[in-house]
Ligand binder design. Sequence first.
Ligand code: PMP
Length: 405
Amino acid sequence: MSTTPTFLQPAARAAGYRPSPVRDFWEVSMQPGFISLAGGNPDLSVLPLAELGATASRIITERGMDALQYGSGTGTPGARDAAARVMAAEGNPVDPSAIQITAGSQMALELVVKLLCDPGDVILAEGPTYVGALGVFAGMEAEVVHVPMDADGLQPDALEETIGRLRSQGRTIKALYTIPNFHNPTGITLSAERRPRVVEICSRAGIPIIEDNPYGLLAFDGSTLPSMHQLDPENVIYLGSFSKIVAPGLRVGWAVAPESLRRPLQLASEATTICASVLSQTLIEEYVLGSDWQGILDKARALYRERSAAVQEALREHLPSGTRWSEPRGGFFTWLDLAEGSDCHAVLDAAIDAKVVFVPGTAFYSGPDRGPGAPGISQLRLAFSLEDADTLREGVKRLAAAIRG
Ligand code: PMP
C-alpha cells in the first residue's frame, strides 16, 4: 500500500475542490459528431479579429514599455474607465476610481470571499448556483446554504426564513451571493419587484450582498434592470466581467466594493497576482474606448436570442411530458426539471452514447452528487451560446431520446 509522504499531505481545504464537470466533458465533447450543450462559452465569431490583432500589435509596438510592464494593483486607468463605461451602459454609473480590476471576475469573487469568510462561516446562494462559485466557497472553507428560486428568481420570503433559521442555530452568515441577471445555471432573472426587497432584507440583517453580474448586458431585447449595487452601494459588492461581452481569454474582470473594503481588496489582489495582465487590460481599454463595442454586442445578442428560441422550440417539440424548463430572456442557459425520480447522471450516460453532452444538475448545488436525495439529481443545464440553431435543435432531439431512455 502506498502512503502519501506527510510533506505532501494537502491542507483540509483542498478536499473541498470538486472537478469542473464542464472541463471534464471537454475532451468528450471535442470528438467528431458530438454536440456540446455543456460549456457556457461566448460566441467570439462576432469579434473583429483582424482589427483586434492590429490593435494588439500596435499596443506592443507603441505602448509596449507600459503594456508589457507590471501595472497598478487596482488596474490600469484605461481598464477601470472601460469597466465604468460598461456599468454605465447597464444604467449603473460608478466612478472609475471605485473599480478594482482582477484577472477575471472569478478572481474577484475569490478575493471577496477570502476577505469576508472564516472557515465555517455561511454564504447564502441561490439553489442552484454557479459551479465556479461553489469551488471558491469550498476553497475558503465557507459553508453554502442554498435559498430556493422560482421563475422570478431568488425567493425573498425563503431568504428571510433561512436567515432567521441559521441565526437561531448560532450560525454566522457572511454574505448573500447572487446572480440576478440571466442566472447561471437557470437563465432566470430576479424580477424588478423583488430586487429592493432582497436588498432591504440583507441590509436589515447586516448581510452584505455579492452581486455577480457577467450577463447583465446580454438581454435578448437589450433591456436592463436596476442592479442591486445601484439600490444599495453601501452593502453590495458588485462583480463585473469582460468575459461574456468581449473575450474570456483576456481574463479581465472587476469588483466595485463599498469604500471600507476597497483597500483590503487591492492588497489581497496584489498578494495574489500583483496585477492583472496589463496587455489584456490595454487591449480592453482600446476595444471599449475606441470601437463600436455596443454594436458588436448587439450582434452577439441577436445570435443568442435566435439560439435560445431554437432550443425552446425544440424542447416543446421533443421533450416528454413531465419535463419543465426555464424560458430565459437573455444570457447563455436553460434549466431543465426532469420528471420526478429521474437521475441526471443516467441521462448523461445515455446522452453521451447519443453524442450530446450537458451539465448534470447536481454540479450546481453543494451536497452529495449522487443518489436519490442529491440536490439537482433530476435537473440539468443546457447552454445555447456556442452552437448554431440547427445544431442546437439536433442536440435537443438527441437529449430527448436520452431522457426517454
Ligand atoms: N460568475 C458567473 C456567474 C459565471 O458564469 C462566470 C463564467 N462562467 C464567472 C463568474 C467567471 O467569469 P470570468 O471569466 O470573468 O472569471
